[in-house]
Write a protein that binds this ligand. Structure first.
Ligand code: F0G
Length: 356
């Protein structure tokens, strides 16, 4: 029995911390939408769990409320992360709330504007590296080993503990009716592992009898996990990952082994989509449903479309797509995907003529 409003700390009895000790900005409790028009167009029943509706506008807040709370409990003096942007925004905000200095390593010129602005605004120290995310993460881990700071990337188990609450909330919002499949983007592969852990805990507690098919979607230019699954072989990192979905521009996902377990144990799958396909899905979510997501998040819906076309997803399935970040995180990408304004003289006639 859980008490309190929907949100991460509703589940404090199965988190490794007590509510009273938590550093919280009221994360979680995000809306679950029935995507009616999108479902009609694709021919399958789609729900959208919009994690962009968190305090810093991404799912990372769920992990960070637990991770930063734990850091405080452990008496840590400085926290850090490597990031494609969202983790840095969340770390900076929770660091501010907890009054603990935060350091962020970013791949230079590859982080969406909204995320850089957030991380700076909340007061983290930002270092831009002449390298990609994987290199940033390697350096953060090395410096943490030297005792320089405490790492709050998704290699930190407390992060995943917070993120597992997506599974719990989803179930409660669906009145305990399991979706057949949960579809979400994969970058460093932490979130799919965390959500699977959440379902598994409910399964082992006898609360649910099955676990939804965990299904991950990567951008084609950064899809090492898809390649590894197709070959049933070792993961071969992408040396130069590239995609407009900069949040998941990751060539060597650290949580890949856990993600493979999540996919393998649930009969799920992983697929990749092109930048064109994910941008199309982003526009459809925005214009059919009013749901504004960033490019990486739209891979979930683009992936559903592709897997339906391939006959992997059956049209009788009920699907929950997790949209991980808000559209305003990446205004440049939104403008690129959605078209241009019309400019006219400041007269009634000019405006009338300009409109369709
Ligand atoms: N969607 C968004 C919007 C993200 O920011 C990320 C990861 C993912 C999906 C993938 O999640 O890594 O758990 O598989 N962003 C990280 C960051 C890497 O630094 O913000 P994952």
């Amino acid at each position: 029995d859980f008490t309190g409003p929907l949100g991460v700390w509703r589940y404090s009895s199965i988190l490794p911390l007590e509510t009273a000790d938590s550093v919280t900005l009221h994360e979680g409790g995000t809306p679950l939408y029935d995507a009616g028009k999108l479902s009609d167009e694709l021919g399958v029943d789609i729900h959208v769990k919009h994690e962009g509706m968190n305090p810093t506008c991404s799912f990372k807040d769920r992990g960070m409320t637990v991770g930063v709370s734990k850091a405080i409990e452990l008496g840590i003096e400085r926290v850090a992360c490597a990031s494609t942007g969202n983790t840095s925004a969340a770390l900076s905000a929770y660091g501010a709330a907890a009054d603990i200095p935060a350091v962020v390593l970013l791949p230079q010129d590859k982080v969406a504007m909204g995320k850089v602005a957030q991380a700076l605004m909340h007061g983290a120290e930002l270092v831009e590296l002449d390298g990609n995310f994987d290199e940033c993460l390697r350096i953060v881990r090395d410096l943490a080993d030297e005792g320089f700071f405490y790492v709050l990337n998704s290699i930190n188990p407390y992060r995943l503990e917070g993120q597992k609450t997506i599974a719990f909330e989803l179930l409660e919002q669906l009145n305990w009716e399991l979706p057949d499949r949960v579809v979400l983007p994969i970058g460093n592969a932490g979130n799919i592992s965390a959500i699977y852990k959440g379902f598994r805990e409910f399964y082992h507690a006898g609360i649910i009898e099955e676990i939804p098919m965990m299904t991950g979607v990567q951008a084609e230019g950064a899809s090492p996990l898809v390649g590894a699954l197709q070959k049933s072989g070792p993961l071969e990192p992408f040396e130069s990952p590239e995609t407009k979905a900069t949040a998941i521009r990751i060539g060597d996902p650290v949580n890949a082994p856990k993600a493979r377990e999540a996919i393998g144990e649930t009969g799920g799958t992983a697929t990749s989509v092109t930048d064109e396909e994910l941008m199309d899905a982003q526009v459809k979510l925005a214009q059919y449903e009013g749901i504004g997501v960033e490019p990486a998040s739209a891979t979930s819906v683009a992936g559903v479309r592709k897997l339906l076309d391939e006959g992997v997803i059956d049209s009788t399935e009920t699907i929950a797509c997790v949209t991980t970040g808000h559209v305003l995180k990446d205004p440049d990408a939104a403008l690129e995907a959605s078209g241009d304004t019309v400019k006219t003289d400041a007269t009634r006639e000019a405006v009338r003529n300009a409109l369709n």
